[in-house]
Design a protein around this ligand. Structure first.
Ligand SMILES: *[C@@H]1O[C@H](CO)[C@@H](O)[C@H](O)[C@H]1NC(C)=O
Length: 296
């Protein structure tokens, strides 16, 4: 029975081979095993963290707004109540914006837009306007490292014609330096007005028509949206608008863009608007059934 012996010998020969192969492969499989354990563990960790956060905040990631707009009202009143100067109120407001934007980005919100200074504000006394302008310039300039570290893109929209040369330069540099960042977008509406935005869009469309670039039948909602100043973000229409300090108006902020936005008003003054207030607004948003103008 030579074939039986041969097969037996072959099997005997296989044993050391397997042993050697195992010996060679063992470190690889070990690292693979370790990596697998680590991946599943970190996956579990992330899942747990997420669940814990949702339990804590009562929020669901899937229902998070992509764009949150805020009208930051109440800086002045806050300063008055605290017996401080108006400029200190604005400073506290700027600090609050940074904190709230940070919280929003941390929750996965893509775009935060802030109504920082409206066209109507030019009517205020000259010194206050000057103060606000220099505060804006200082804030923008001093935040550049922070913005890079956090990978936040900044855009400034509004009627920039009344701004000083140096503020314009600061804005331009900041926008250019941060436009590479795709996941967090902070939009500052400074000397912005909704009607101004729509007027501008109309003028631009008329001009393009005169130049034969577009015809009447090309003008639709998408085209108008592309002409509005919010064309800088992927999510031009806010899902949620928060207005502080008890005012319940739009006050010429985004007009076209707010068509289906959920509105949240709170009596809290902007410098006092904290994490709990933000979470309250977001929970309120997530409880609403959004229909985008459709009847169900
Ligand atoms: C965005 O809108 C502004 C204002 O109308 C316009 O000047 C600009 O060209 C638009 N940008 C793009 C990419 O269409």
């Amino acid at each position: 029975m030579p074939s039986l012996i041969r097969s037996l010998l072959f099997r005997l020969f296989l044993i050391p081979c397997l042993f050697i192969a195992n010996l060679i492969c063992f470190p690889f499989s070990l690292t693979k095993l370790l990596r697998f354990i680590r991946i599943t563990a970190s996956h579990d960790d992330a899942d747990n963290e997420k669940r814990e956060e949702e339990l804590q905040t009562g929020l669901q990631r899937e229902l998070m707004p992509r764009h949150v707009a805020v009208i930051m009202d109440g800086n002045r009143r806050w300063a008055e109540r605290a017996g401080m100067m108006t400029s200190q109120g604005h400073k506290a407001g700027a600090k609050r914006l940074k904190e709230i934007a940070e919280l929003c980005f941390g929750l996965g919100i893509h775009t935060v837009s802030a109504f920082a200074f409206s066209t109507e504000n030019w009517g205020r006394n000259k010194i206050e306007v000057k103060c606000i302008m220099s505060l804006i310039q200082y804030q923008l300039k001093s935040k550049i490292n922070y913005l890079h570290r956090e990978e936040i893109r900044v855009s400034v929209i509004g009627d920039l014609t009344k701004f000083s040369e140096s503020l314009l330069r600061t804005i331009h540099e900041l926008e250019e330096a941060t436009k590479i960042y795709k996941n967090k977008h902070l939009i500052l509406a400074i000397d912005y007005s909704g009607r101004f935005d729509m007027l501008r869009a109309c003028k631009s469309i008329v001009k393009k028509t005169e130049n034969g670039l577009i015809r009447e039948k090309d003008v639709d909602e998408a085209l108008i949206e592309r002409e509005l100043l919010t064309n800088c973000t992927d999510f031009p229409n806010p899902d949620l608008l928060i207005r502080t300090s008890g005012e319940e108006r739009i006050s010429n902020f985004f007009l076209w863009q707010l068509a289906y936005t959920e509105l949240f008003f709170t009596p809290v003054l902007w410098p006092d608007f904290d994490k709990d207030n933000l979470l309250e607004a977001l929970v309120s948003y997530q409880r609403r059934e959004r229909r985008f103008g459709c009847r169900v």
